[in-house]
Design a protein around this ligand. Structure first.
Ligand code: BGC
Length: 411
């Protein structure tokens, strides 16, 4: 080995090339589906082309719980990756508190992020006036994705109201189509649930529950109706759900075996990756009967605290690359999300992205997703509750409601 590296060094010196070491960055993330991997490639290629050396550490598990716990354990154990993915919100409160995350306020100021990035996202990556996250995208967390050929086969259209919703699912069922593509993980049941909350309950009720933690809203007849809707929806799934990841469910919409999936717009990445065209092969609606509600969320990377000049330099390159205008547009086009920079040309993005872009212009239409206002423990407890309700043959709305109220009251 020694003689080989000596030969290489002699070779480099002999050619008169600079022997600059690439800026090496180990990146922990949870993007492993087809479109997610393609989106990571966009980031990695851009970083490597800028002189970096992207060491990919993809941790399977949609929603990222596995990646986050592995990354946090490494950080706390003294073996941090160079950078690591989180969702916007409170997931990294504790590691910031303990000094494990690098303050990148200087880079944010140089990049003029305050002017370019939406306030809600800047707030989320800023703690005590210091910036700790690189905002890469804005995802819509609670969309519905409909197979247009499946609807056509059943002789129906995307339901224009909640009155038309279950009759549409009945028609899909009668046509031999799985009405709702459901996946196995509790976070995906939570996606269905929050779709119902924003779509049927509205933005205000969503805010009262998740932002204000208002127990009386949970004890209201409106909340009860949301729970009943979720329970009723179970009858439109199929036994295969227990073996499915979120992207396997998206595949059922892509191949027109199922009618609808309720999922964030990372699902759109899968449709686009399969060559499908919005409003031609599939339809996207953020709520049933219009476009009035939008739960936003998405992804940031954090750079870990380090004293090592090489790591710091690789981190600087990482920040600069991910926030460049070109990467913002190239990455988000593949990922299914929308860019965070207001100075990129979004006209070239697809029809569903245009709905999202319009919606986020109006603060009344939008609300941040759970992690903005709730600890990971609270979200975990709600997911356990939803998972238990979903698998209970005789679920009790009262028990669910009482437990839900207790969880948010404790937040
Ligand atoms: C992330 C998305 C990701 C999805 C599924 C979400 O938490 O924000 O970027 O595609 O999980 O893995």
């Amino acid at each position: 080995m020694k003689s080989l590296s000596l030969i290489m060094m002699v070779g480099i010196v002999g050619l008169g090339l600079p022997a600059a070491a690439a800026e090496r960055a180990e990146v922990i993330h949870w993007w492993t589906s087809g479109s997610e991997s393609a989106a990571v490639r966009v980031l990695a290629d851009a970083f490597n082309n800028a002189g970096g050396d992207w060491i990919d550490n993809a941790v399977a598990g949609g929603g990222g719980a596995n990646a986050r716990s592995l990354g946090i354990n490494r950080i706390v154990g003294g073996n941090p990756p160079t950078v690591m993915q989180f969702n916007y919100g409170r997931q990294l409160d504790e590691i910031i508190e303990h000094g494990y995350v690098r303050d990148i306020s200087d880079l944010a100021a140089q990049g003029n992020w305050n002017e370019l990035v939406p306030d809600a996202l800047m707030d989320s990556i800023t703690v005590d006036g210091k910036v700790y996250g690189i905002p890469v995208n804005m995802h819509g967390q609670t969309w519905s994705w409909w197979s247009l050929p499946a609807l056509e086969k059943a002789g129906v259209e995307v339901p224009a109201s909640w009155d038309a919703f279950f009759p549409t699912l009945d028609k899909l069922k009668a046509a031999g189509i799985i009405p709702v593509a459901v996946s196995r993980d509790a976070w995906t049941i939570d996606s269905i649930w929050r779709f119902i909350v924003i779509s049927k309950g509205g933005t205000d009720l969503f805010r009262k529950i998740y932002v204000d933690h208002d127990v009386s809203s949970v004890n209201s007849p409106e909340f009860r109706e949301l729970v009943e809707t979720l329970i009723r929806l179970r009858d439109y799934s199929d036994p295969g759900a227990s073996a499915r990841n979120w992207n396997d469910s998206t595949a059922l919409i892509i191949n027109d075996t199922a009618g609808v999936q309720f999922m964030g717009d990372w699902a759109k990445g899968e449709f686009l990756n399969a060559g499908e065209v919005p409003m031609q092969d599939f339809a996207c609606t953020p709520v049933i009967g219009g476009n009035q509600g939008y739960v936003y969320g998405g992804d940031m990377f954090v750079v870990t605290a380090s004293e090592d000049p090489e790591q710091l330099s690789a981190q600087n390159l990482f920040v600069e690359t991910l926030m460049s205008k070109q990467v913002q547009i190239d990455f988000n086009r593949v990922k299914g999300s929308i860019p965070v920079r207001s100075d990129v040309d979004t006209a070239q993005l697809d029809a569903c992205a245009q709905i999202a872009i319009d919606l986020v212009k109006n603060p009344d239409n939008q609300v941040g997703d759970q992690p903005f206002y709730n600890s990971s423990d609270t979200i975990g407890a709600i997911r356990d509750l939803l998972g238990a309700l979903w698998s209970d043959p005789n679920p009790s709305v009262d028990t669910f409601t009482q437990n839900f109220a207790q969880i948010i009251a404790a937040e």
